[in-house]
Design a protein around this ligand. Structure first.
Ligand SMILES: C[S@@+](CC[C@H](N)C(=O)[O-])C[C@H]1O[C@@H](n2cnc3c(N)ncnc32)[C@H](O)[C@@H]1O
Ligand code: SF4
Length: 453
């Protein structure tokens, strides 16, 4: 395994979209083209499956130095109200694009820190969204809560609005690691908010833990998982630390590259953690998630309904996801659009009644086919080209490129399908990279992606 780790540890996308963001073709993207794809997708799918909404709430009170998310560090809570007004304005601009009321299937609040906002402000936000929409019968609302500032009021008010799933950022319980990532967060805080959520009635509680952090060794991973299992969250995201210090403003500093575990150690941390989680009754879902068999993510995997989008894995698929708030990415299935990242610029565009996107991509036929293959690989660890509409010009070349992975027993290929073996699962990003013809055609000159291991 060690040789394979070294061989396949290269920079690579996490494939929350295809084409990946650096390969979006800005030349064919305009706001008008984007709106056309939104209308097409809405008309095709709103009545059957509804739409998803992601709301990005970017403020955090203090900076965690491992964090790769788009955030604004501030203690000024007077930012809350104007930001919520802006998000509701953005939503009203989308409502104008639709010709009927949208049916909301999924709504997720992420960040940043949604629980930076007061419960009352969050209530105004959600009511403002729902006032102009219809709820699907089986709607799912979820949010990311920071264990250090999630209150009983947050949990109760959001529960009353329909939220049943909450995910808490844990990362690692070791003090030295917590100091290095500037996130002091005792177990007691996580225990408190996990128990509160259960008492209030949340049915899916998720914890995020990370391996590959500065100063982290296997014993820290073991201790973190041991403590996590005491609280039995329904889902666990077991992320590989993505070291992307070149992304402007993400604040990944406060430790040196030498403080990070090398790829082989990182892989051992993952293998160790995976066994420990499996022994505790968790099943691995897709690339970096684990769930109890009672959770909808597990059921969705068994029923082959697992889906992946910019938020990671989800239990149900909608063709369209509208991303609201700074830096949010929307996906209409036929196109992607990303909002501006600066808060002031976001406000300025909304004041002029402009949907505040600054870049995007309109998918062509080849993109749509490859996107399906990549989704199949990431969600089901297999894909097939038995249907002619799953074939694309470069498929034969892709299969030739994959020969070495067949020899390494990472995948099996026959005339109609590709199946990733148990041994190959940790290398799923590398396997997707062979299908990523845009990446193959133009190799990046500088490092754009985190390492695959
Ligand atoms: C937006 S944050 C969580 C919400 C809340 N602000 C908090 O910190 O608890 C979502 C999750 O992304 C993960 N994450 C952030 N930066 C990461 C990185 N560089 N590598 C891997 N995972 C990361 C963390 O596990 C984090 O809990
Ligand atoms: S991990 Fe969460 S709290 Fe920390 S900076 Fe990132 S978004 Fe903010």
């Amino acid at each position: 395994m060690c040789n394979l780790v070294n061989k396949y540890n290269v920079p690579g996308p996490r494939y929350t979209s295809y084409p990946t963001v650096p390969y979006w073709n800005m030349e064919t993207f305009t706001l008008n083209e984007w709106k056309k794809t939104v209308i097409k997708s809405f008309n095709q799918s709103n009545a059957d499956e509804g739409i998803s909404i992601y709301i990005h709430l970017p403020f955090c009170e203090s900076l965690c130095t491992f964090c790769g998310c788009n955030k604004r560090i501030t203690k000024r809570h007077d930012f809350e109200a104007p930001y919520i007004n802006a998000v509701l304005k953005e939503w009203s601009l989308y409502i104008n694009v639709f010709d009927k009321k949208p049916i909301i299937k999924e709504l997720h609040m992420g960040g940043g820190t949604p629980t930076f906002f007061s419960p009352e402000n969050l209530k105004r936000l959600i009511n403002g969204i729902l006032n102009q929409s219809i709820l699907a019968d089986d709607y799912e609302f979820s949010f990311e809560g920071h264990p250090n500032n999630t209150t009983k009021e947050h949990l109760s008010i959001l529960y009353d609005l329909g939220f049943r799933r909450v995910s808490y950022g844990v990362q690692d319980y070791n003090e030295k690691v917590q100091k290095a990532i500037h996130r002091i967060q005792p177990f007691e805080n996580v225990k408190r908010v996990t128990q509160l959520a259960r008492e209030i009635g949340y049915t899916s509680i998720s914890h995020d833990i990370i391996f590959g952090l500065p100063f982290q060794d296997i014993s820290h991973v073991e201790e973190t998982i041991e403590k996590t299992c005491l609280l039995k969250p329904d889902r666990i995201a077991f992320y590989s630390y993505a070291h992307v210090p070149w992304i402007k403003g993400n604040g990944q500093r406060g430790f040196d590259d030498d403080d990070l575990p090398i790829a082989e150690v990182k892989r051992k941390q993952y293998e160790f953690g995976k066994k420990q989680l499996e022994n505790a009754g968790y099943v691995e879902i897709g690339m970096d998630h684990f769930a109890l068999k009672t959770d909808s993510l597990y059921t969705s995997m068994i029923q082959e309904k697992l889906h992946r989008n910019f938020m990671g894995y989800t239990a149900s698929k909608t063709k369209m996801m509208i991303g609201l708030g700074v830096s949010s990415i929307s996906d209409s299935w036929y196109g992607f659009a990303q909002n501006v990242k600066g808060i002031e610029e976001y406000y300025d565009l909304l004041n002029e009644n402009i949907i505040p996107t600054y870049r995007g991509h309109i998918l062509n036929n080849e993109d749509l086919i490859i996107r399906k293959h990549i989704l199949n690989l990431m969600c089901a660890f297999k894909t097939s080209w038995i249907d002619s509409d799953m074939r694309f010009d470069e498929l034969p070349d892709v299969l030739i490129k994959l020969k070495e992975m067949v020899e390494d027993n990472l995948i099996e290929i026959n005339s109609k399908e590709l199946i990733i073996t148990q041994k190959g699962k940790p290398f799923v990003r590398n396997i997707c990279m062979a299908f990523d013809v845009l990446l193959q055609r133009t190799k990046p000159e500088t490092q754009l992606f985190s390492m695959t291991i």
